[in-house]
Ligand binder design. Structure first.
Ligand code: GAL
Length: 676
């Protein structure tokens, strides 16, 4: 692999690796040298070739202020290097050592109720703390100086999951930084007053010094303030990332990245604004068993990560071999599941599969988190699967560098998520991510490959673009979708889209303000429904949670409500706009109904389904390079499947003439014959 991340980063340093990387976090400080020797022997047995170390190294590297001790890290790096294992070197700054928080308790983060979050866990630092930054950057300087030209170093790993716990800090240092950020954005306090709508509820500011972080209030908070605080907090951590990266680049020519958290439960960073700074985009993904279908969410996260990488290959920096330890019920993976999950990431563009962590901890918060080497050792089902996965990834080496091609796109926006899921919204039963997942699930089950793109993306290559609940859009983003449809594109927009501008200010004259013309409709009033209230449409479909008093202007009606608060009012519409077509769904359709509608729209848009329809049990994705194409077929189901394809299968290594049989639970990757 020789990849560059987001194309906006024209000066990106390539991350160079042969084939598909196979790796893990390695925290050897927990054991002594005899274990390290055993560790590298086992890493070689498994084919592990990229190991992330020094992620939480600070208290070992700098045991006392300004006193550095690199002896252990030197030994580990040399040991890995001698065994041909490449190093993904952490800068070590993710968690400050106890001496620092003791000397400088002012670096500790403060939560929205004004209480301090103390050390004893991890990531106990305020992103705006100058004191923290000074100490952390001094450590990065030492690490970069020492290892910047070491031949084992393949990649720099800045901090760890920036913002995982500390994205939103409400302390006084943060308030000061927030004010500066606001001054740069608005110039004058009057402009800020206009943007935040402070004329309401007597919130008008006279001076910058009056502005605070949005700490807990008695009522709901000012939505503009909360939205800008999200923007600021994301930008503040990105600024921190840039400072670490700048130090590394002064001492080293190795690619720099950090691990994103594109996963269902984390929403604090606007990764569209971050991705261009990564030399290669990397993501951590953990199956969330609180969701109805964690494997489909995995596919969504992988597709979104590819979107962040602008379609270039990316790295899965962390996942688990089995159970995690931080959900309420931590489910282990059944045999084959880890392999399917891993290859689902590869199918969707990952050129590296890494895990947290190498050897299961015996102590500490994560001792019940799975690892490549479990507590029970290597005579285990899990270890045998770890070794087999390494061999499989080796056999897929030629896939590295190829790209996924998609006919359909879903627009995804962190800003719309922050604003749309605000405190004072029409229905708390409607959540942005649920609606995005619903649209994604429908396409996934139809066998359609989807790119997840930003509202600013060039949409012209897609046959179908879906914008679910895109509550906040700028004028420019609205024009982007408008031009796409006018030029002949097909769009599906769902309710609660285009409602406000980037200041969270309602667009007047009827909803969905920004998209009224594209859709040829006017919505006069929202009619959210109580959870459990199921409506029927005259198409026979069921719907829930949301309805709207809608009238068509130029659109045709596809379905009306039969009952509920708005009988006879349109629920689904279709509008010709320029040379294209824009569909609107004004309610939450039951999953099967949404899939049926999506099938109709996809057929009309001539979207090619790469795989067969299934309940999400069969995933089929194609990766292509300039000379070859690879068809990934992942069978999550309990029955064998057969699909028409000719070529050479890489996982088991056999020629395929016309039909491949994929056993239940298995994955097959076919290098396709040119004609198939
Ligand atoms: C990640 C983190 C790792 C480990 C892992 C456990 O959030 O980066 O250090 O804690 O979760 O699932």
């Amino acid at each position: 692999m020789n990849s560059r991340a987001a194309t906006s980063n024209e000066t990106a340093t390539p991350f160079v690796h042969e084939g598909i990387a196979y790796g893990c976090d390695y925290n050897p400080e927990q054991w002594g040298p005899e274990t390290w020797t055993d560790d590298v022997r086992l890493m070689r047995e498994a084919g592990v070739d990229l190991v992330a170390i020094n992620i939480f190294g600070w208290s070992h590297l700098e045991p006392r202020a300004g006193e550095y001790d690199f002896a252990t890290l030197d030994t580990i790096i040399e040991l890995l290097h001698a065994n041909g294992i490449r190093v993904n070197l952490g800068t070590g700054t993710s968690s400050p050592p106890p001496w620092l928080t003791t000397l400088h308790p002012e670096i500790l983060p403060v939560s929205d109720d004004g209480t301090t979050r103390f050390p004893g866990g991890r990531q106990a630092w305020c992103p705006s703390s100058a004191v923290f930054r000074q100490h952390a950057l001094a450590l990065v300087e030492k690490v970069a100086e020492r290892y910047g030209h070491h031949p084992a170093i393949a990649l720099w790993h800045v901090s760890n999951e920036l913002g995982c716990h500390n994205a939103l800090c409400y302390c006084d240092d943060t308030a000061a930084a927030f004010r500066l950020w606001l001054q740069a954005r608005y110039g004058t306090i009057d402009a800020l007053n206009v943007a935040w709508g402070t004329s309401f509820w007597s919130q008008r500011y006279g001076q910058w010094a009056e502005i605070l972080t949005p700490r807990l209030t008695l009522s709901s908070r000012n939505p503009g303030q909360v939205l800008d605080f999200h923007r600021f907090s994301s930008a503040e951590l990105l600024d921190y990332y840039r400072r670490e990266a700048a130090v590394l680049r002064r001492h080293s020519n190795v690619a720099v990245t950090t691990n994103f958290m594109v996963t269902a439960h984390i929403r604090n960073l606007d990764y569209w604004s971050w991705a261009g700074d990564m030399d290669i985009v990397a993501n951590d993904h953990y199956l969330d068993h609180r969701l109805a279908d964690p494997a489909i969410e995995l596919a969504f996260a992988a597709d979104l990560t590819r979107g962040l990488a602008q379609g270039e290959p990316w790295l899965l920096m962390e996942q688990s071999t089995g159970a995690v330890n931080w959900q309420t019920h931590n489910l282990a993976k059944v045999p084959g599941e880890m392999t399917r999950n891993s290859l689902a990431h590869v199918a969707r563009g990952a050129d590296g599969i890494c895990f947290f962590q190498w050897r299961a901890s015996l102590q500490g918060s994560e001792k019940f988190h799975s690892a490549l080497v479990p507590h029970a050792g290597t005579d285990t089902v899990l270890w045998r699967e770890v070794v087999a996965l390494g061999a499989t990834l080796d056999r897929l080496a030629e896939v590295a560098g190829s790209r996924v091609v998609a006919d359909a796109a879903i627009i995804f926006s962190w800003e719309a998520w922050w604003a749309g899921d605000g405190e004072s919204r029409p229905s708390h039963a409607v959540r942005y991510l649920d609606q995005v997942h619903a649209a994604y699930t429908a396409l996934h089950q139809l066998g359609v490959t989807v790119d997840i793109v930003s509202p600013d993306a060039d949409l012209s290559a897609y046959r179908l673009v879906v914008a679910p609940c895109l509550y906040l859009v700028s004028d420019e983003q609205a024009r982007n979708l408008d031009s796409y449809v006018k030029a002949g594109g097909h769009a599906l927009i769902t309710f609660f889209s285009g409602i406000v501008d980037e200041d969270d200010r309602v667009r007047t004259g009827g909803y969905p303000g920004a998209f009224r013309e594209i859709l040829g409709i006017t919505v006069e009033e929202f009619f959210p429904l109580l959870p459990g209230h199921v409506l029927t449409l005259d198409s026979g479909d069921a719907a829930s949670l949301w309805s709207e008093r809608l009238r068509v202007d130029t659109a045709e009606v596809v379905a009306n409500y039969l009952d509920g608060p708005l009988p006879g009012i349109p629920a689904i519409t279709r509008n010709g706009h320029g040379s294209g077509t824009a569909w609107y769904v004004a309610t939450v359709l039951e999953a099967g109904a949404l899939r049926n509608l999506m099938r109709t729209i996809a057929e009309e848009a001539r979207v090619t389904a790469v795989g067969p329809e299934s309940a999400g049990t069969i995933e089929v994705v194609r990766r292509v390079n300039s000379t070859r194409s690879y068809l990934f077929i992942i069978n999550h189901g309990h029955d064998d499947v057969e699909l028409p394809v000719s070529g050479h299968e890489l996982v088991v290594g056999e020629p395929i003439a016309r039909i491949v049989r994929v056993p239940a639970g298995a994955v097959r990757v076919i290098r396709e014959d040119p004609a198939s």
